[in-house]
Design a protein around this ligand. Sequence first.
Ligand SMILES: Nc1ncnc2c1ncn2[C@@H]1O[C@H](COP(=O)(O)OP(=O)(O)OP(=O)(O)O)[C@@H](O)[C@H]1O
Ligand SMILES: [Mg+2]
Length: 419
Amino acid sequence: MAATDKKNISRDDVNAIEGKGRSPFFPDQPVPVELFVGRSVQIDHIEKRAVGQVAQGKPVSVFLEGEYGIGKTSVARFTQWAAERNDGLLGIYATLERAESMDDVGAAVLEATLRSGVYNPKLGERIREGMAKFVGEQSLFGLTIHAEALRKEAPNITRGLLPFLSQTLDRVRSSGVTGVFLVLDEINGIASNPQFAAFLKAVVDSNAPISLAQPTLPLLLMVCGVEERRRQLIAQHESVARIFDVVTIEQMSDGEMSEFFRKAFESAHLSVEPDALQIMSHFAAGFPKVMHLVGNTAYWLDADGRIDKADAVSAVLFAADEFGKRYVGQQVYAALRSDSYRSILTKIARMGPMEMSFKRHDVERGLTDAEKKNFNNFLQRMKRLKVLRGADVPGEYVFIMRMARLYIYMQSIRATVAR
Ligand SMILES: Nc1ncnc2c1ncn2[C@@H]1O[C@H](COP(=O)(O)OP(=O)(O)OP(=O)(O)O)[C@@H](O)[C@H]1O
Ligand SMILES: [Mg+2]
């Protein structure tokens, strides 16, 4: 039951809300392994075709593909965690979020290596023993890294990634580690740099044995990004297309979402009723980010330890707003809220929440005369705001981001509920 349902919120209610424990929802972070759900097909594939092979000495490269917020980082981290525990691979997780140059890539990989061994601190200590000049103090908040020393060394890392990783591996072989699992995540900024595609190709090619007897570095290289980034890499270097085994992450199934909600609420000692579960899953529509956002909102709204239908409905409505503000952006948000476009949007939204494209004349058929007059302006404006783009087929429009599309859908439902 929602605290907001009550007219006068008592001190007890406030305490009940403020006194809550830790929310099990992480809308802006990869999910902790304990709450990770689903993705069994992809995980199986990565474990058998990549981790298993690398553990036996054969290098493998994977491109983990999926749209924004779909769960790439979570799968990458989960499989790294499992590979480190079960298969003797050392996980190195490098985010290239701020990388624009190859030196930035080198610095990110070096720093990630210094921070590796998170699941087994002994490994981390061994790795850092040989690299003391880069490491400062170990404080409560983690490791201090000497930025200047890092930057100086960065060009050597990108020029000689394989020898560097090989030396790192040698430091931990005695602990039973047999290979390296390197993740390069968040490649958005660097993917447009042609040197990056050349670098990936060089790393993979120079680790391919000429004969079976030739030693190679047991390296699982996993690059994470949206499809567009992989295409960009291929456009710069055609052979990138054959380097990677592409593993695609898609929307979660209803079963996976229900499992997640149950697990998450249970971990916070809250029960969740079946119709609440159904409402939250329906609106999360397979998007894990939205699932966390809705779950988090329900968690904070609830005041009696039981998530019921009313909590779920309120959570969906609040989450839609939050989602719009945070992910769709101020400009789009304002445009979506203007009266003249809302009715058109609602009609498009009703064509199906998962439909990513629509035909102009299909929408037009259901519009009033006044809406028809506004329709062209609406389409142009949505294109300028990068919500829509024209498809290859004339008269067809495509939503650029599923998130935005979902928000529009949520807005339309919100309008109905409010009526
Ligand atoms: N298997 C899962 N189980 C539960 N929650 C998940 C799962 N996968 C992802 N999430 C949640 O979904 C959200 C997005 O996940 P994540 O950051 O892994 O996606 P991403 O594809 O890497 O996103 P981005 O494109 O922003 O890098 C996060 O809130 C995360 O906690
Ligand atoms: Mg990510």
